[in-house]
Write a protein that binds this ligand. Structure first.
Ligand code: IMP
Length: 442
């Protein structure tokens, strides 16, 4: 029995869904603990490609319990559309559950997200415009609507009668947006309530029961560590906690339940939206990575910004999440490069001071330039490699270099989108736990 958290160790889009899909094979329950329809998770099963936004990717396996946890924000319209598309493809929703306490993305959240982005001009965050920030803002202001409210007409009406006039004032005075009608929203969302009712329950109690029954539980993060509201590159972050600590709060479990934390990183780096990205490539090399890696956002269709692997950010992700091991994805995208760079530290352009770790003051990020170590490319396909020893020598050295720089073992390497394009170096769940070298007295 093991309860495992899978987190993104970069800016999201690391290939978590493929790793989750591999691990879900031996899991009884898959839990999504934060975020909403901003996520885009792609899973390839045989000749079928599935794209998930709200629903845990574990649903591709029959009989696994899939949970949308209380830390999520759920747009019921997007949820029902996604669910219907999966049902149409023959998947089964009988084991899908949604927390009563998850917050609901309402039409005004979507409108405010778009209007705020517009008004930020060149300071925009580059959000997915799925209403994520405004939904979490209302949650924190204690004015949000929870999934349970969609099942209770009187409560929903009372909340909307209080909330909608306030939003309408904002719409009129700040955003020049049309006024919303309480009755119309009430009818539409009560209708959604009827449709989602069969999924809704106290999911935290279900998880606790599964823990008691010694079931294997997989906690699936969306986005990535550097997009974490508290620990990411603020303000260019999402509004939830994708990092490992968020799994406890967002699923409703205590930290003692978690046995392992696995961090997923690409063999290079991408980012969508605005914000710091020290190793970003602007020329031909970046275009090449984007083209070979098909680096386009699943949710928004935006081209992703591409760059070299950043070990400073990698070390930070190991620290923030307490990673036991790493899964490195999209290794094959680098197959044709003569040389590959890894950023090992940052140098302050003004002072010349060198940093091994991320500066703790956000305003300093812009002053940092990457210091690279150049490694030899392997110039041959890794797609058919199934063991570490199948990898070309230079590819093995590349992975060993990342391990050393991050002081964390690599357990999984992905060399293509399909399930079998995978190298398991060590059992990610039962393999040895990471030795915290700095924490162990000499
Ligand atoms: P939001 O989550 O839509 O508010 O967007 C905030 C930031 O997080 C933007 O830079 C988005 O591009 C980024 N973001 C949100 N979800 C994802 C994701 O699933 N993958 C990568 N970036 C994301």
């Amino acid at each position: 029995m093991a309860n495992v958290v899978v987190v993104g160790a970069q800016f999201g889009d690391e290939g978590k869904a493929k790793v989750t899909d591999l691990l879900a094979m031996n899991a009884d329950m898959v839990v999504r603990y934060q975020g909403g329809a901003n996520a885009g998770h792609t899973v390839v099963v045989g000749n079928e490609t599935y794209k998930f936004h709200l629903i845990p990717s574990g649903i591709v396996y029959k009989g696994k319990q899939c949970i949308l946890g209380p830390g999520m924000v759920i747009d019921p319209k997007a949820f029902l559309t996604e669910m219907q598309a999966l049902l149409d493809r023959g998947l089964d929703d009988s084991n899908l559950k949604m927390s009563t306490a998850a917050h609901v993305t309402m039409p005004y959240h979507l409108m405010i997200d778009a209007a705020e982005e517009e008004s930020r001009g060149d300071k925009k965050i580059g959000t997915t415009k799925r209403g994520i920030g405004p939904t979490y803002a209302d949650k924190c202001a204690r004015t949000g609507i929870r999934v349970e409210d969609l099942l209770n007409p009187a409560v929903l009406q009372e909340k909307l009668e209080w909330m909608v006039p306030r939003k309408n004032v904002l719409f009129e005075r700040m955003y020049n947006l049309p006024q919303l009608d309480v009755k119309q929203i009430l009818e539409e969302y009560l209708e959604y309530g009827k449709k989602i009712k069969k999924y809704v329950c106290d999911t935290s109690a279900l998880i606790f029961e599964a823990v008691g029954d010694r079931k294997n539980i997989l906690f699936e993060g969306a986005q990535g560590t550097l997009l974490d509201l508290d620990h990411g590159t603020y303000p260019y972050v999402t509004s939830s906690s994708p990092s490992a600590g968020g799994a406890c709060v967002g699923a409703g479990i205590g930290p003692t339940i978690v046995d392992r934390v696995i961090g997923v990183s690409k063999a290079y780096m991408t980012r969508v939206g605005e914000g710091y990205f020290p190793t970003e490539l602007f020329g031909e090399e970046g275009d090449r990575i984007r083209e070979i890696g098909a680096e386009v956002g699943v949710t928004t269709g935006r081209p992703r910004r591409c760059g070299w692997f950043d070990a400073v950010l990698g070390r930070y992700a190991v620290r923030i999440n307490g990673l036991d091991c790493l899964a490195i994805t999209k290794m094959d995208v680098l197959d044709s490069f003569d040389e590959i760079q890894v950023c090992v530290e940052y140098r302050n352009k003004e002072t010349g001071k060198v940093y091994k770790d991320l500066p703790s003051i956000g305003a300093m990020f812009a002053q940092m330039e990457p210091v690279y170590k150049t490694l030899k490319g392997w110039k041959q396909s890794t797609v058919e490699c199934r063991k570490f020893s199948d990898l070309p020598d230079a590819a093995q050295k590349y992975l060993e270099f990342i391990e050393q720089e991050l002081d964390a073992p690599i357990a999984i390497v992905s060399v293509g989108p399909k399930r079998d394009n995978t190298i398991i170096i060590e059992d990610p769940i039962h393999g040895p736990k990471r030795v915290l070298s700095k924490a162990v007295p000499a």
